[in-house]
Design a protein around this ligand. Structure first.
Ligand SMILES: Cc1ncc(COP(=O)(O)O)c(C=O)c1O
Length: 438
């Protein structure tokens, strides 16, 4: 049990032994983890704050898509009315249809069938639905490490699943490279026939990496091979979809490539307006399965998910669905999203160029090409939490520490011009910690 959990439990037990004894086994496992929101809270007010994966101007203001802002400010009478009434448990039909149209807009003819997306309260809710549907105590969830820490809460803490972590990067002596098929290989140790979940998060958090064409093929083949031995639900967490900054890197979701490849391999698409439309507070996510919208299986899955939603959130939020619908109806939305991508690409290039000269005695930047983040692997012996604390205390700088030795930079929430100075400060803080421990 972590110290934080022990303290929370002790505080409840001391004040009210009766309430403590009434806590469920899950209730006794819960404590707000010292992850990204916790560390971002500690960095609030710092001059350089690259902690959180929100798209901002570097001064805490959201980067707004004009179509979304217009939809927010001026819902027409019909949308205003719908915004005030309950949403159906699976989401408002027009929103689901409009999102589906956007999803399929650039697909080749003959692309896989897909269900009508089900609306969730942000992507986190979509992930937790999948955890409820597919995880029991001890179920395997394969993911590359380091990974978005909330997977641990969603699958591990809440459902008792076992996280099978494989290294995201390997180094055969030629520098670090992304281990494209690591998640598939890590399933090899499981008994044959045992179902498993695999998380495919591209662009990735925390490393800001998307696979090359060859790597996508490698992953697809490895998952098809692994599916010969067991049912695999491949969760395509597309939170950062589209934010890719190198020409040769594909931008589409792996969902479409994994669909229909093997009867035992079932991809599920998790996505939403949170990052794609910069609507972080709106909490509009979507879940899509690779089955025809009017198929019996799609309807049965929808019924199960509606039952779960009824039991947990009641129904998704109507007001923010109406704002998303307004934005999706705008003819200029895709141009605006492209302009946002270009803006983030500018920051990415500045950071990439600066990190190319990162002091190798202190660490190295792992390959990145997309999304909101870059990940620094600190040199052996340098503890990331010590570096983070030093940056907060002495360098007016907030970054995310991922134990034992990774530092995540969220370039999406820092002005491009500020990024070189931010990296200078990281180097200074890290070298001070290095001197202190040597
Ligand atoms: C990889 C990944 N998946 C899911 C989410 C959750 O998205 P939401 O805020 O819509 O719940 C995040 C948020 O940071 C994320 O980084």
């Amino acid at each position: 049990m972590s110290d934080l959990l022990a303290r929370a439990n002790a505080a409840i037990e001391e004040s009210s032994p009766a309430l403590f004894s009434a806590l469920s086994p899950l209730g006794r496992q819960l404590v707000y983890p010292p992850g990204i929101p916790f560390q971002a809270g500690q960095a609030r007010g710092k001059k350089y704050n690259a902690t959180i994966g929100q798209l901002t101007d570097g001064a805490g203001h959201a980067l707004r898509l004009p179509s979304l802002e217009a939809a927010y400010a001026a819902l027409d009478e019909e949308k205003r009315n719908k915004a005030l009434l309950y949403s159906p448990a699976a989401g408002i039909p027009e929103v689901r249809q409009a999102w589906r149209q956007r999803q399929r807009a650039h697909l080749e003819p003959g692309a896989s069938a897909s269900s009508l997306p089900i609306v969730t309260v942000g992507l986190t809710h979509g992930l937790s639905i999948l955890a409820d549907l597919f995880c029991a105590q001890g179920s395997a969830v394969a993911v590359v490490e380091p990974f978005w820490g909330n997977y641990r809460q969603t699958f591990g803490v809440r459902r008792g699943a076992e996280i099978l972590a494989s290294p995201a990067y390997v180094d055969d002596g030629e520098g670090p490279r992304f281990a494209a098929d690591g998640v598939a290989r890590s399933l090899g140790a499981l008994p044959e026939g045992e179902p498993a979940l695999v998380v495919v998060n591209l662009p990735s958090n925390p490393s800001g990496y998307s696979l090359t064409l060859a790597q996508r093929d490698q992953l697809r083949k490895a998952l098809v091979e692994a599916a010969a031995l067991r049912p695999i639900v491949a969760i395509c967490d597309d939170a950062y979809a589209g934010f890719v900054y190198e020409e040769e890197i594909p931008r589409g979701s792996m969902f479409w490539e994994l669909a229909g490849q093997h009867p035992n391999l079932i991809p599920v698409k998790v996505e939403g307006a949170t990052k794609e439309l910069g609507f972080f507070g709106g909490r509009v996510g979507f879940l899509t399965f690779p089955f025809a919208a009017d198929s019996a299986i799609a309807e049965a899955l929808e019924s199960k998910i509606m039952d779960l939603s009824r039991a947990t959130i009641g129904s998704p939020v109507s007001a923010s669905q109406m704002v998303v619908l307004g934005a999706l109806e705008s003819r200029t939305l895709e141009e605006e999203v492209e302009a946002l991508r270009q803006r983030l690409a500018g920051r990415y290039r500045i950071l990439r160029d600066r990190l190319a000269t990162f002091d190798p005695a202190l660490g190295r930047a792992l390959p990145f090409n997309s999304g909101c983040f870059a990940l620094i692997e600190l040199a052996r012996g340098l503890d990331s939490e010590a570096v983070r604390q030093r940056l907060l205390a002495d360098h007016d700088t907030g970054l995310i520490s991922i134990a034992p030795n990774y530092i995540r930079i969220a370039h999406c929430s820092v002005r491009g011009e500020a990024l070189p100075e931010l990296v200078d400060r990281l180097e200074r803080g890290a070298s001070e910690v290095a001197v202190a421990v040597s």
